[in-house]
Design a protein around this ligand. Structure first.
Ligand code: IPD
Length: 264
């Protein structure tokens, strides 16, 4: 099997260095503007970190493409693309709520092959390469042992428009009675890592972007988790489901599908 050691090593270095840049930003003193709604915020730190990452990646891998949350995209000639979120959980970052990350994924033309996610608030690095296993720092991580749906702790997230959130919350009322409890921590990439390491049994969200889930998909799969999209195992903007086992993942997907698509 092909080894993705070089890409994984680079993704880890870039994530660690970007986290250091974010930590040295003076934290609460930065300009904030909004994107799709007044609740969808971006800071000058997100933008500076993205520019920094794009520069590092294109210097080391000039032929690779880059897709980045804040729009600093670059089109390369190779089949390899870097899919990055300089700060996932920007609202948490602004408030100092401890769940935000740098998320760096790499994919080839078929699938995500490497991922590094730095949990800035905990100073820990999740990483994985296809066929290499999933790790937190130097320890290998695995999903939690199988539990019945009724005993499962499930994470989720909400979009940025009122109409969408209300529809998502309405669906939640249909789910919460069938599972142990629900968590909404505010950074999708970390929620997915929490499934990979057993802090959550499952996670679902409708409305994610590739930079929210590309790096984490490798980590979930390599940790033994099940990843699903609306139709097959490819997560998409319409639906991302991750779970410690296939039964729970199927349950979550079947439960939400009749409610999709949520309004924009
Ligand atoms: C958001 C977070 C959040 C999820 C949203 C994402 P951002 O990313 O991951 O948990 O619910 O769907 O957009 O905007 O903080 O990079």
């Amino acid at each position: 099997m092909r080894s993705y050691q070089t890409l994984v090593g680079a993704a880890k270095t870039f994530a660690i260095d970007a986290a250091e840049l974010i930590n040295s930003s003076g934290k609460r003193h930065f300009a904030i503007s909004s994107k799709s709604s007044s609740n969808d915020m971006v800071t000058e730190v997100d933008q500076a970190t993205e520019n920094y990452l794009v520069e590092r990646i294109s210097k080391k891998f000039p032929n690779h493409s880059i897709i980045a949350e804040e729009g600093a995209n670059h089109s390369g000639t190779s089949e390899i693309s870097w899919v990055i979120d300089p700060i996932d959980g920007t609202t948490n970052f602004i408030y100092g709520f401890p769940s935000y990350s740098v998320s760096i994924g790499v994919r080839d033309k078929d699938r995500p092959i490497a991922g590094a996610i730095y949990n800035i608030s905990e100073n820990s690095l999740y990483w994985a390469g296809a066929g290499m296993g999933a790790y937190k720092g130097s320890s290998q991580i695995r999903v939690r042992t199988q539990v019945p749906v009724a005993n499962s702790l499930i994470g989720t997230g909400f979009g940025y428009t009122a109409v969408r959130r209300v529809a998502q919350a309405r669906f939640l009322t249909q789910l919460i009675g069938e599972v142990r409890d629900i968590r909404r921590a505010g950074a999708a990439s970390l929620d997915l890592c929490y499934v990979a390491e057993g802090r959550l049994d499952g996670y679902y969200e409708s409305g994610l972007w590739p930079w929210d889930y590309t790096a984490a998909s490798v980590i979930v799969k390599e940790a033994g988790g099940t990843l699903l999209g609306p139709k097959d195992t490819e997560p998409s903007g319409e639906l991302t489901v991750a779970a410690s086992n296939a039964q729970l993942a199927a349950f979550l997907r079947e439960k939400i599908l009749p409610y999709l698509p949520f309004p924009e």
